[in-house]
Design a protein around this ligand. Structure first.
Ligand code: HEM
Length: 495
């Protein structure tokens, strides 16, 4: 068996880094045209084999964790940020236990408590700050503007810390803390992914910030232990303090601290990016903004003209809101490439998008493999008007994916669910903004709750519009963010 075709490149070590870094989605579609579903490209000395389409997603996300390792590839960037003994700095079985602990804290009971807290934070943010000062306007007809990403980043950290992270963290969010957080975040870049340690300022700042934040969490844990009443909190620290590994050992303080940092990082850019893109698209589509507002009016506007806080269960039953978030995640999944390091030689069918007699390639041990939900989510073979942001597709059973994919599904016996408004959560799904399989996201429900409450709180209070069109994506950050200008115009509603 031969190895997959290698994408043509001029420079030996650099390979296709520029084309991939500039626009990975275009790069992947171009390569598929030339080479088919499976190909290898050189990325700064690494050999990266890409497997596209739902078949590619299945191959990588459904692969055995002993062969497709997430920790081998991610630990270089994550361990200096999160810290020792958690997530990718421990055996995969330990990560699975840690994910279970976190799931325990992401309980429906806790979520019920969070809706009101998030709403309060958003309203407080709108009132207090000069960047988003809706309620300070004298002239009610005046339009103001805010930067979608800056605003959503601030709202995300405020709401996540008020809920998941805990009251001590929320009360600590001052200018100084924001700087420390930003230093830690400075370690989450493609450069830090390529090189774990370099004698550069950003690396020194990352390490100092990790120590400071980790010590801060450890001090919270110790204070809580000395003052047991606080364990009644609905947050993740409280939950983790009560968990035990299967062998009966409780989590050590530094493990709790490091899991908390991991959750902060996992949720911050993903949610603020999704929130920004959602608001930008809503602002661009007055018909969708009106439908969202009407949905709120129908369910939550009280006879006295005040708004009722949503119940957690009710959020799941708002089809317009749900379709806006789903559709935003389809076109703008924050994570465009999922990577694993290959620990043994493996074989892969040459053609993954349809049953075929084309034979197989061998992928040698040491390659990185990559899948891209971001490609299958906008693949014109699978989706009608694939790159158009159209939330209504989620309530149209014929609109979820095109006929071609159904044929593949029938012929292949794959279990992709084309049911009303839903695409399967399986590893072979064309829609996987939260990943799939063993490493699938556990923050999905929290993210929906947070985004749903933030978006509806904004929509209840104001009309939105865009000065210029929806911005292009910036793929040069680890998480796909909207480029500038990304200003949204807003005006307080009158009704
Ligand atoms: C894993 C996306 C929010 C915690 C993942 C993965 C994706 C993802 C694609 C799979 C990564 C891989 O297989 O390599 C998202 C998106 C979010 C979001 C789009 C928001 C819109 C959150 C939040 C949390 C979180 C809020 C925490 C509260 C995690 C964890 C994992 C994960 C713990 C597991 C990592 C593993 O098992 O290797 N997420 N995420 N995520 N996410 Fe999220």
């Amino acid at each position: 068996k031969s190895q997959p075709p290698v994408v043509f490149h001029f420079m030996p070590w650099i390979g296709s880094a520029a084309a991939y870094g500039q626009d990975p989605i275009k790069f992947f579609f171009d390569c598929r045209q030339k080479h088919g579903d499976v190909f290898t490209f050189i990325l700064l000395g690494r050999r990266v084999t890409v497997a596209l389409g739902p078949g590619g997603n299945n191959f990588i996300m459904g692969g055995k964790h002993t062969v497709f390792s997430a920790e081998d590839i991610y630990t270089h960037i994550t361990t200096p940020i999160f810290g020792k003994d958690v997530v990718y700095d421990c055996p995969n079985e330990v990560l699975m236990e840690q994910k279970k602990f976190v799931k325990f804290g992401l309980s429906t009971d806790n979520f019920r408590a969070y809706v009101g807290m998030i709403e309060e934070e958003v309203l407080g943010y709108m009132k207090s700050d000069s960047r988003f000062r809706i309620f300070q306007m004298n002239d009610i007809n005046e339009w103001g503007s805010f930067d979608a990403l800056k605003t959503m980043s601030e709202v995300t950290i405020l709401t996540a810390s008020r809920t998941l992270q805990g009251i001590e963290v929320r009360n600590h969010i001052t200018k100084d803390y924001a700087q420390v957080y930003s230093d830690l975040d400075g370690g989450f870049t493609p450069l830090h992914f390529m090189f774990t340690n370099l004698p550069l300022e950003s690396y020194r700042k990352r390490d100092a910030a990790h120590k400071k934040i980790s010590d801060f969490y450890i001090s919270i844990i110790r204070q809580r232990r000395e003052n047991p009443g606080q364990e009644e909190e609905h947050d993740m620290i409280a939950s983790l303090m009560n968990q035990k590994y299967r062998n009966g050992r409780a989590l050590k303080d530094h493990e709790i601290a490091h899991i908390m940092i991991a959750l902060l990082m996992a949720g911050q850019h993903t949610s603020s990016s999704t929130g920004s893109w959602s608001l930008l698209h809503i602002a661009d589509r007055p018909d969708v903004a009106d439908a969202l507002f009407e949905e709120q009016v129908k369910h939550f506007l009280q006879p006295d003209g005040t708004w009722r806080t949503m119940e957690y269960e009710e959020i799941k039953d708002l089809p317009i809101l749900d379709s806006v978030i789903r559709e935003t995640l389809r076109i703008h999944p924050p994570i465009h490439s999922i990577m694993r390091a290959v620990r043994e030689d493996i074989v892969v069918p040459r053609t993954l998008s349809a049953p075929s007699e084309d034979g197989q390639y061998i992928i040698p041990k040491g390659h990185v493999v990559m899948s891209s939900g971001a490609v299958s989510q906008v693949d014109p073979i699978l989706w009608k008007n694939a790159t158009e942001w159209d939330p209504s597709r989620w309530s149209d059973p014929e609109g979820v994916a095109a006929q071609a994919y159904k044929q593949y599904d029938d012929a292949n016996g794959a279990k992709v669910d084309f049911g009303f408004g839903l695409v399967s959560k399986g590893t072979d799904s064309p829609y996987q903004p939260f990943g799939a399989g063993r490493h699938r996201c556990i923050g999905e429900q929290f993210a929906y709750l947070q985004l749903g409450t933030v978006i509806t709180t904004v929509i209840r209070q104001c009309e939105l519009k865009l000065a210029s069109g929806v911005p292009a994506p910036n793929y040069q950050t680890m998480i796909t963010l909207p480029k500038k200008p990304r200003d949204i115009l807003y005006r307080r509603r009158q009704f």
